[in-house]
Ligand binder design. Structure first.
Ligand SMILES: Cc1cc2nc3c(=O)[nH]c(=O)nc-3n(C[C@H](O)[C@H](O)[C@H](O)COP(=O)(O)O)c2cc1C
Length: 396
């Protein structure tokens, strides 16, 4: 990548994203909820964990490769599904190309802006993510489309409680992005020439439709109609999760598990993986950082299903801490969104390179030959750091 667009940390990618994006697009990526307690804890908790490095005996070569839900990946970091709207004209296709170029897998949100068929053409290691929206028949049709398209796994996200309100104000997301909206937004758009130029080159404004919620070949409903369908669908039961798992039949992740009792129920429902996650601090504010909940959940079900973690990963050393505390791999959200906003596909590659380099250095410092050798002796966990959610509930 050209030196002038290359960045050395995710924090710098975030600064670039802030400069490049219109204010409302940037704040849609910052997201979070209420007071922002959880989003901050997700990031800051990693800073409370220390390392116990060796001084001599580092190995010459280190192996970062692993598998997630049957897919071989070159580093233990995959792309978490996000509804990437209006950040980059190539959106999820650019992210998929970057992930493929760096040898890793991708979760595609059902609120994504690009059709799943186009995204899989760029990266066949693709897991399709669904929300419980529209009820069993509607979900079955969407999942069938994903299967036909070649998705190699399903991610089901159920940790969403439709809470609104942020102390710093929410972005105004327009009903649709047409010329009139662009003109209305003009003060914030005109001050962002880079972003305007990127979309200007495509001769079409950002698409605020969700094509993967409609049959193949259709444009899909506008974002708000899709959100309305989701809000008015009765939430799923554990029987619904077991039904969907059965229907899908292949690798299946339940994303958003924070409690031991829920993790055990997910195992009973037949899932193959869970992600310990609080939706990046976008859901119920006051939920602890996902890294605090990881050790207890990994102890409870780590020998039965793959346990991943997402939330707050900004460096390769964060990945190593999560692996040492029991995760098989992590998923990243904002980190790659900042990269995408900063520099498109090369920006996402840059973020994955930062993760790769940081994991490699941490393994070297810890004297570990492989990501599979990491264990709890490698990290210093201060007293009171971990949280055991749902440990005393009936059935836990
Ligand atoms: C802007 C934004 C949109 C998101 N959209 C989705 C989504 O559509 N589906 C989903 O399962 N998770 C979604 N998430 C949550 C991410 O998949 C992931 O759990 C979270 O971003 C991880 O935290 P991090 O951003 O600190 O890495 C979204 C997160 C952000 C920031």
């Amino acid at each position: 990548m050209a030196r002038d667009v290359w960045f050395e940390t995710v924090a710098i990618a975030q600064q670039r994203a802030k400069k490049r994006l219109p204010k409302s697009s940037y704040s849609a990526l910052v997201a979070a909820s209420e007071k922002g307690l959880t989003v901050s804890d997700n990031v800051e908790a990693f800073g409370e964990l220390g390392f116990a490095p060796h001084v001599v005996g580092a190995l010459e070569k280190r192996d970062l490769s692993t598998t997630v839900m049957g897919q071989e990946i070159s580093l233990p970091v995959i792309i978490s599904p996000t509804g990437v709207q209006a950040v980059d004209p190539d959106g999820e296709v650019a992210v998929a190309r970057a992930a493929a170029a760096r040898g890793t897998a991708m979760g595609l949100s059902s609120f994504a802006s690009k059709p799943i068929e186009d995204v899989i053409a760029a990266n066949p290691k693709l897991f399709f993510q669904v929300y419980w929206s529209g009820g069993r028949d509607v979900i079955a049709a969407r999942v069938e489309r994903a299967r036909q398209a070649g998705a190699v796994g399903l991610i089901v996200t159920t940790d969403w409680s439709f809470s609104h309100g942020r102390d710093w104000g929410s972005p105004k997301i327009p009903e649709q992005m047409n010329l009139r909206t662009m003109l209305r937004m003009s003060p914030e758009v005109i001050t962002r020439p880079g972003w305007l130029w990127r979309f200007g080159k495509t001769l079409r404004p950002p698409d605020l439709r969700v094509p993967n919620l409609a049959p193949r070949g259709e444009a899909g409903p506008p974002f708000f109609a899709a959100y309305g369908e989701w809000m008015t669908t009765p939430p799923p039961t554990w029987a619904d999760i077991a039904w969907l798992r059965e229907l899908w039949g292949g690798p299946f992740m339940l994303k958003g598990v924070m409690r031991i009792d829920d993790a055990k129920r997910a195992v009973d429902a037949g899932v193959s993986a869970i992600s310990v996650s609080n939706h990046g601090g976008n859901n119920l504010d006051g939920t602890p950082a996902s890294i605090r909940a990881l050790p207890a959940v990994a102890d409870a079900v780590g020998d039965q299903v793959e346990v991943l973690l997402d939330g707050g990963i900004r460096r390769g050393s964060d990945v190593v801490k999560a692996l040492a505390l029991g995760a098989r791999a992590v998923m990243i959200g904002r980190a790659y969104l900042w990269g995408l906003a900063a520099a498109g596909q090369p920006g996402v590659e840059n973020v994955l390179d930062i993760m790769h380099g940081g994991i490699n250095s941490a393994l070297m410092g810890l004297g570990r030959a492989s990501v599979h050798d990491l264990n709890r002796d490698d990290v210093l966990v201060p007293d009171g750091f971990t949280r055991e959610l749902g440990a005393n509930a009936a059935g836990a």
